[in-house]
Write a protein that binds this ligand. Sequence first.
Ligand SMILES: [Zn+2]
Length: 281
Amino acid sequence: MTKPQSLINSVRKSYTFFKQCHWQKRRHCPRCKYGVLWKLKDNRFKCKRCAYKFSDFTGTYLGKLNIPINEVCHILYLFVLGVPAHRMWQYVEVSHNTIHRVFTVIRQAIYDKAIYELKEANISGEIEMDETMFGGKHAGKRGWGASGKHMIFGLYQRNGKVFTFPISSRNKETLMPIVENHIKPGGLYYTDDWHAYSSLSIRGNHVVIRKEKGRPKGRNHLNGIEGFWSFAKNWLYQYRGVPKHHFHLYLKEIEFRFNHRTENLFLLFANLLTSLVPNYG
Ligand SMILES: [Zn+2]
């Protein structure tokens, strides 16, 4: 198992590490997947079938970053640990802007993967649903519709994963199409008593959780999705001042961290960075 600490002082080790993440066993043409290549004098390769010329990281997220590769390892390692950019600049050899650029590329790679995982998810079974607000001074369900905030709808598949959706309104016309597009019919749904959820009983079994003084009455609860909301708000709190146009990237990063919380995130993110950017080629 490669330890990130062993990579950050060595360009050669970092390069080898990312190369192994990218090619697994064998280098091949990113355009046509052919595996017979010429090696060119400038260290690039040329496909013997389609004549495409490429380098090891051409077409990948990593290929977008023009800084020493061991610095990418270093920044990625600190990113995995949750160190925000504004606390990192003293410890790495690149500028503050460059750190931000690396962060954005890492987050974009995570975002694209999370969207792909959502498409493949086949959400079913016991599902908690809820909406919340991000970005206000107060946590929780306050200030609906206030400007500069982000309204988010969440699905929590019990014993499984969470999926978030930015929404412009929490009415039935907004929420139900998301349910229809992403959840298999049938199943058991848990929500609060918000009226937008009233038609869920047509699709499956619907348990409405009523609360008294903030606590659910009876044995049913929304602990899964509510747990995720507080997990997400804690992460965002550390980052401070998320730019509005990047909020979707931050939220998917946190969703992805949550869904993969038992895995080695350094290795996972390194693999994402060396995957091909969608629609490349
Ligand atoms: Zn080719």
